[in-house]
Ligand binder design. Structure first.
Ligand code: NI
Length: 392
């Protein structure tokens, strides 16, 4: 028999769908989620939950206590949209040009709000639930902003749990990836400085275009020759810029791209090798290379026992046959990794439907039918972490 928490979550589907579509129609970029966080704060307060605004600028934390237990859990969702143009043509499509909820953070916010409402009603737990609504998941540092603002000092959590929708995964299904589940991410820029000259007089130049081509090719040896075959890394040069004229050898050329790795030490290894390869290849041609290597996210590493809590919660809600407990890790990254670096946690993926467009695609939309499943699993995680019969 299915757990009654799913039926309870379904009772709020209409209200949560309305909230989700309202947020979808009014997307806000990272650190600018003023309207969204106002909705979140207002709803939490309406349901009798203690609200803390402006945690990490536009972040919101809701605190719900029950019983006398001292245990605590953090449930986290993200609120930001992306700088891209929506092309769904849906009635609730973005009303803001070049702003779109193309990663489903509108749905994540609605699901965590739903869990807050359900837990505030049922209070089938003993301890403290912290509902963490973070700004700026998409590379603008929202998790770090909340942490620097004292997130875990002000709202201590024994464990933290996050959820992300997964296009292509059928509705009502969940997956988790044990251990390192999502990659660490870095962006890099390499500026090659040579010596400009007339295009017909190359002997007067140090051609930065030739150097950039050699550097770009040499970088590809790092993953294949420096990283162990037992480890995983990606190095993609995605930008090559130089020159404006057909008959001018330019002064500079630039390369840019991204690195992904499942371990922080592998990211450091790629960085060290990139600095050496770029500067020495350039020096070999008499040019100079400046390397700017920026680590944006650490790898997201699941705690084994907390991940089991999340997977078991999903199994309770939808049945063991609808959860994949051994999904392969992905090279995409997740800002929640900063929180999971400080507090043990679990990250779970929820099906957005087999026919869903991919995230970060112009035709993507969060699937409102997924809301009750996400609400129920978030709430079940809290109940599992804070059982009523335990005094602590
Ligand atoms: Ni996302």
């Amino acid at each position: 028999m299915p757990d009654p928490i799913l039926d309870r979550a379904r009772q709020h589907q209409a209200e949560l769908t309305e909230i989700r579509r309202d947020i979808h129609a009014h997307p806000e970029l990272g650190m600018e989620e003023y309207r969204t966080s106002e909705i979140v704060a207002r709803k939490l307060a309406e349901w009798g939950i203690e609200v803390h605004r402006n945690v990490g600028k536009t972040g919101v934390v809701g605190v719900l206590r029950n019983g006398n237990g001292r245990a605590s859990v953090g449930l986290r969702a993200d609120m930001d949209a992306l700088p891209m143009q929506e092309a769904t043509g849906l009635p609730h499509a973005s009303t803001v040009p070049n702003r779109m909820h193309a990663c489903g953070h509108d749905g994540h916010t609605a699901m965590l709000l739903g869990a807050a409402k359900v837990l505030a009603e049922t209070r089938n737990f003993n301890g403290t639930v912290n509902f963490i609504f973070q700004p700026a998941e998409e590379g603008l540092g929202g998790a770090e902003a909340m942490i620097k603002d004292g997130l875990f000092a002000r709202f201590p959590c024994d464990a933290v749990f996050g959820m992300h929708n997964s296009p292509g995964l059928p509705l009502g299904e969940f997956t988790v990836s044990p251990g390192a589940a999502m990659a660490g991410c870095a962006f890099f820029d390499i500026v090659i400085t040579g010596k400009g000259a007339h295009g017909a007089h190359p002997q007067q130049s140090i051609d930065p275009v030739v150097v950039a081509c050699h550097v770009g090719t040499a970088l590809q040896s790092i993953v294949s020759r420096n990283v162990s075959p037992n480890d995983t890394a990606v190095l993609s040069v995605t930008r090559v810029h130089s020159g404006d004229a057909y008959n001018v050898i330019p002064q500079t050329a630039s390369l840019g791209g991204t690195v992904r790795a499942m371990k922080s030490e592998i990211m450091d290894l790629v960085k060290t090798n990139m600095l050496r390869v770029a500067t020495h290849v350039a020096a070999g041609f008499g040019a100079e290379a400046g390397v700017d290597f920026r680590i944006l996210f650490p790898p997201l590493v699941n705690d084994a026992s907390e991940l089991k809590i999340a997977a078991d919660a999903a199994a309770t809600v939808v049945g063991e046959d609808r959860i994949d407990r051994n999904r392969a890790s992905v090279m995409a990254s997740e800002d929640f990794a900063f929180m999971m670096n400080l507090v043990p946690g679990g990250h779970i993926r929820i099906g957005n439907g087999a026919d869903s467009a991919a995230v970060h695609n112009q035709l993507y939309d969060f699937n409102d039918e997924a809301i009750p499943y996400g609400v129920a699993v978030y709430a079940k995680i809290a109940e599992s972490k804070l059982p009523r019969d335990t005094e602590s």
